[in-house]
Design a protein around this ligand. Structure first.
Ligand code: PMP
Length: 292
């Protein structure tokens, strides 16, 4: 059983005030819980600086807009509260989880329900084990797919979309894999359950076009890093049959950082110098981040 997130010490920013970790509660008749009217962010701080905090916070506001949730704070107030949360919890290297949700109102349509906002921070060193990061993770193809943009606001980091990720990742883990690769509604390669995916062949890096899933902040960062290293980046429609054309594969995300993939089911990949170079540059960038 995973440790409960409820019984911890610390302070959580909750609707503009800091409350004790154990008292950061909501009522059971909550629109966010019943109807998934909730959006969130996942950020990481390195030595006290939150990597690309403004981009993350702006994405939080865009996600909220997509679900018709009006956040009663400004981007700057949320950034400020994120830093205060780190300080009051004495954390420098941490995971930051801002969340926005529609409050206690029952009924599918609840345009006047209060919109709430909270920020929790905690120590979360690595998404995968050190061995997995070194040797690469094993991934399996999921039966669950990313939906069409006509069916859901697919660019939002919205709680409802994670139902698919939870189903896919739990099934993969139960079969001994670390993660699942999801195709999209057209059977094109999309992403894993919490990260974007890249494939390397010689000096080219291919990655799916993010037209029905999150265009990750790490994804965009890594594309810039790869271009700086002289790689040719090809964003295109990719299919399972294309995997055999590549000898390296990695995933990117705030939590996953740059993690090599050693296999997608029977298709094996090596962890080559190219991945190591990109990963090292990313780690260097986040650890020396001085922007906002
Ligand atoms: N896809 C999904 C489903 C994710 O949960 C994440 C993590 N937020 C990503 C991609 C990568 O996004 P980012 O690099 O902005 O963390």
């Amino acid at each position: 059983m995973a440790d409960s997130m409820e019984n911890r010490d610390g302070l959580i920013w909750f609707d503009g005030e800091f409350v004790d970790w154990k008292n950061a509660n909501i009522h059971i008749l909550n629109h966010g819980l019943h109807y998934a009217s909730s959006v969130f962010e996942g950020e990481r701080s390195y030595s006290g600086k939150i990597f690309k905090v403004r981009e993350h916070t702006e994405r939080l506001f865009n996600s909220a807009d997509a679900l018709d949730l009006k956040i009663p704070y400004s981007v700057d107030q949320i950034i400020d509260a994120s830093y205060q949360s780190l300080k009051l919890n004495n954390l420098e290297n941490a995971y930051i989880r801002p969340i926005v949700w529609r409050g206690s109102e029952m009924g599918v349509s609840a345009p006047d329900a209060q919109v709430h906002c909270a920020i929790a921070v905690w120590e979360w060193p690595s998404y995968f084990t050190p061995e997995e990061i070194l040797k690469g993770i094993k991934v399996t193809l999921s039966e669950w797919k990313r939906p069409s943009p006509e069916t859901i606001p697919c660019k939002a980091k919205a709680a409802g979309l994670y139902m698919i990720c939870t189903l896919a990742k739990q099934k993969a883990e139960s079969k001994g894999f670390s993660d699942a690769l999801m195709l999209d509604y057209r059977d094109q390669i999309a992403e894993t359950t919490g990260a974007n995916i890249f494939f390397i062949s010689d000096n080219e890096i291919h990655t799916p076009i993010p037209d029905c899933f999150l265009d990750g902040i790490t994804r965009r960062t890594v594309i810039e890093i790869a271009k700086d290293h002289g790689f040719k980046i090809v964003e295109r429609s990719m299919f399972i049959d294309d995997l055999k054309d590549f000898d390296q594969c990695f995933i990117t995300g705030t939590a996953a950082e740059v993690t090599p993939v050693c296999a997608i089911d029977d298709q094996e990949f090596i962890v080559g110098d190219e991945i190591k170079k990109i990963s090292a540059t990313y780690i260097d960038l986040v650890n020396n981040w001085s922007g906002d």
